[in-house]
Design a binder for this molecule. Structure first.
Ligand SMILES: Cc1cc2nc3c(=O)[nH]c(=O)nc-3n(C[C@H](O)[C@H](O)[C@H](O)COP(=O)(O)OP(=O)(O)OC[C@H]3O[C@@H](n4cnc5c(N)ncnc54)[C@H](O)[C@@H]3O)c2cc1C
Length: 396
């Protein structure tokens, strides 16, 4: 490593605050089984002065203006060290951050981006509603203008991280008299404001950071509106494209690497059995294909292009790899995987119970296939009967 080079600078910076990675470092991914925010805050806070956690962001907002090549060097160096599960911070770092860089005012970026980069402000995404999931443009939470403020009333659901988030990235209907995609506006709201009620829901893996959020005559300043009035769908599309890439990357990332299953197989004597070896080889091949798909998605993002349909491909592959890997681990563990209380069993069981959700969150597998069908393969679009009619005239 050349003294004074970026690699040298990155390695020195990481060595002073992080521990070297071990193959068998304990795993939590997607916050599964743990709501401990402290390791992530400490990690981001330590990396913040150098802008290392969000290298592509401008320096003025907490990044270091890194080029795609520099990002690769930083990522390679970071991969040598143990990093905590950054799930609580993911919406801020990978969804809200890039969206604010594309759509927010300079004042909003200065106010919101540095605390995201340093881990001091956690964001959640208040998009889905009981009647608006796959058909997100159907959001019904209503924001009505009141001078320099907006009054928001409605219900959100499946809001990950809402139980501990400081800020919410909200989509609300500001004009019900125009077609659904054109009457939506995006906002950044304070979760502690009067009128926000968060009711945690318990998932089958035991997590309860996923909530229903009720908004009752909540006041939001117009200064906290993100993008133009009625321009919320464009903001949401940028956010969703970034989210797909991020979910794909996390689910396929270092957390549940096939390397860990290979270690498990060795420890449990399964690597000598040709049937397990066959499945381990298939998992390894899948994870490599996954890695290349992610590289493609990342290269595009790093070249400053808005993520496109390759994010859908990355998400689909990532979900399949995650599910395949944890099913393989449970198979190797055998009965102790479901009934045992040793550390391996508990860890893999939590991941096993988390895995099905990857095919739903951030847009379901079916929706990703629709995107690929329409935008990559050029298949005829689905019939859509409500896109040209005013939202309030469509029966629901
Ligand atoms: C763990 C988890 C975390 C989540 N976190 C958040 C969050 O933080 N913020 C947030 O806003 N939302 C969040 N969500 C919500 C998530 O984005 C939605 O659940 C998802 O978009 C699906 O919407 P839905 O649940 O309303 O299902 P629906 O849209 O009602 O879909 C039901 C079924 O029908 C299928 N389907 C629907 N439309 C079509 C179609 N056109 N073609 C083919 N099949 C179709 C779907 O694939 C699905 O199988 C989370 C969900 C989960 C499971």
């Amino acid at each position: 490593v050349a003294p004074g080079s970026l690699r040298d600078e990155a390695r020195t910076a990481f060595e002073s605050v992080l521990r070297p990675r071990r193959t068998n470092s304990p795993v939590t991914v997607l916050g599964a089984g743990a709501d401990d925010l402290a390791p992530g805050i400490a990690f981001l806070d330590a990396l913040a002065p150098g802008g290392w956690a969000v290298p592509t962001w401008p320096r003025a907002y907490g990044g270091r203006d890194a080029t795609p090549d520099q990002v690769s060097v930083i990522a390679e160096e970071l991969a040598r060290f143990e990093t905590p599960d950054l799930y609580p911070f993911l919406v801020g770092l990978h969804v809200v951050g890039p969206t604010l860089l594309a759509a927010a005012t300079d004042e909003q970026r200065r106010r919101w981006l540095p605390p995201i980069a340093s881990g001091s402000e956690i964001w959640c995404q208040l998009f889905s509603e009981p009647g608006a999931g796959s058909d997100l443009a159907n959001v019904a939470a209503r924001a009505e203008r009141d001078g320099d403020q907006w009054r928001v009333t409605g219900q959100k659901v499946w809001s990950s991280r809402a139980a501990y988030a400081h800020r919410g990235f909200l989509l609300a209907r500001t004009d019900p008299t125009v077609p659904k995609h054109t009457g939506i506006t995006a906002f950044g709201l304070a979760m502690a404001a009067p009128g926000v009620e968060v009711r945690p829901l318990r998932q089958m893996n035991g997590d309860a950071h996923f909530s229903e959020v009720f908004l009752d005559d909540l006041v939001v300043d117009d200064a906290d509106r993100i993008g133009p009035v009625g321009g919320g769908w464009g903001v949401a599309r940028t956010a969703l494209a970034n989210e797909r890439g991020a979910v794909g990357a996390v689910s396929a990332g270092t957390g549940v690497s096939t390397g860990r299953v290979e270690v498990l197989a060795r420890d449990r004597g399964a690597s000598r059995d040709p049937r397990w070896r066959d499945r381990l080889a298939a998992a390894h091949a899948g994870s490599e294909a996954d890695r290349f798909t992610r590289h493609r998605a990342r290269a595009r993002a790093e070249a400053g292009q808005t993520p496109g349909p390759e994010g859908s491909g990355a998400k689909l592959r990532g979900s399949a790899t995650f599910k395949g890997t944890v099913e393989l681990a449970l198979g190797i563990l055998g009965p102790s995987g479901v009934a045992g209380s040793d550390v391996d069993a508990l860890e893999w069981r939590t991941l096993f119970l988390t895995a099905p959700s990857i095919s739903i969150r951030g847009g379901t597998d079916e929706i990703q296939r629709n995107i690929i069908g329409e935008r990559v393969l050029g298949l005829p679009p689905e019939p859509r009967v409500d896109t040209d009619r005013p939202w309030n005239e469509v029966p629901r």
